[in-house]
Ligand binder design. Structure first.
Ligand code: TXA
Ligand code: MG
Length: 341
């Protein structure tokens, strides 16, 4: 494996290796690391140059703000100018874990490149022992978007990071697969009530069990105001191959007619039998397990050189909301130049 690839025990990471990776972050290098959701591309958040390096490595427009990872609630509060009682309740319930809280930032604490010049900062305390250990070892807030090129599939294995970013990243901590496999839920705590900006690994029902009034964010009409959260832009999290979501019977019908195409198929309901010569990923009808496996299966089908990926429509139920959201974004046609409005 490459020089910058460092295997690390996900449940009991070597403190010496974490210390070296933390030093690399302090030195301004990029370090990719596993979290409980997806792999992150980390850089110290309090300096402009390392943060600019993240945007360059990803090919991500500078107007999309980044999530800042910190070691605990106290460290998060130190970066927030205002911290509502709802923010406190959500943090206490779900940190460390797959929840990102957006709050007003304290000017001067993180680079303005992290917040894309805006007044708010997105904060998260990750629960993965490698991620948490790394942030502690770094001793500085760590900006980390998902470790993939802009608008591409998020990585849930270190191999995916290599595939997407290659030598653009100086360190890759390989802690194996990410347990949850879908990005954190992003909640804006500057609104009353707080709003869910991005559905994620933590489902709405669990968030509402702590803050019952928590509402879904209604996206602004395009062009009226700058994007409130780039994760809400239509195309995101997409494989490089066209992807369509269809009822199972329509997938059968499509495969019967289009025998000359290599079509990758992603199924959820096991009763459905696919008899065609097509690479099939069976992810099952349990939403959390399906979510954990989704990106890795799309990466595999992409690597097989499929012309098209057909995904069986998942059940129309609240527990499937995050999966449905990611599939909708993955099936958006890409725009030339890649930059959404
Ligand atoms: O699970 C995750 O959240 C992963 C891991 C690595 O922690 N990170 C991740 O980062 O998905 P990224 O940069 O790919 O997604 C950042 C999300 C976007 O939806 C972005 O709009 C939102 O967080 N965000 C960041 N800063 C924000 C801010 N100040 N206001 C509103 N949304 C913000
Ligand atoms: Mg991302």
């Amino acid at each position: 494996m490459e020089r910058h690839h460092h295997p690390i025990d996900p449940s009991n990471p070597d403190p010496e290796l974490l210390a070296r990776a933390g030093q690399a972050l302090r030195d301004g290098l990029l370090v990719a690391f596993p979290t409980e959701t997806v792999y992150g591309l980390g850089a110290r958040a309090d300096q402009d140059a390392p943060v600019e390096a993240i945007y360059r490595a990803k090919g991500r427009p500078g107007r999309n703000p980044l999530i800042v990872h910190v070691a605990g609630l106290e460290e998060a509060r130190a970066l927030a100018l205002a911290w509502s009682s709802e923010a406190e309740a959500l943090a206490r319930a779900f940190w460390p874990g797959p929840l990102t809280l957006v709050a007003l930032g304290v000017p001067g604490t993180v680079s303005t490149k992290v917040t894309a010049g805006g007044p708010t900062v997105a904060l998260r305390v990750p629960s993965h022992p490698v991620a948490l250990g790394l942030v502690r070892a770094a001793g500085v807030p760590v900006a980390a978007p998902s470790a993939n090129r802009y608008q591409h599939l998020s990585p849930t294995l270190a191999e995916h990071v290599h595939k997407s970013l290659g030598d653009r990243v100086q360190w890759i901590l390989d802690g194996g697969p990410c347990a949850l496999g879908l990005e954190s839920s992003v909640v804006d705590t500057t609104t009353t009530p707080p709003t869910l900006l991005r559905p994620g690994a933590l489902c709405l029902a669990r968030l509402q069990s702590v803050v019952p009034a928590l509402a879904l964010h209604a996206p602004p009409a395009p062009s009226l105001e700058p994007s409130r959260s780039p994760g809400l832009e239509a195309r995101h999290y997409a494989p490089s191959v066209p992807l369509r979501v269809l009822p199972g019977r329509d997938i059968h019908a499509f495969l019967r007619v289009n025998t000359d195409l290599t079509v990758g198929v992603v199924l959820c309901r096991e009763r459905y039998e696919c008899t065609h010569r097509a690479p099939v990923e069976r992810l099952g009808a349990e939403p959390e397990r399906y979510g954990a496996a989704l990106y890795a299966s799309l990466h595999r089908l992409e690597d097989l050189g499929c012309d098209l990926i057909l995904v069986e429509e998942p059940p129309n139920e609240p527990a499937w909301a995050t999966v449905t959201d990611r599939l909708r974004r993955a099936s958006e046609p890409s725009r030339s130049g890649g930059a959404p409005p």
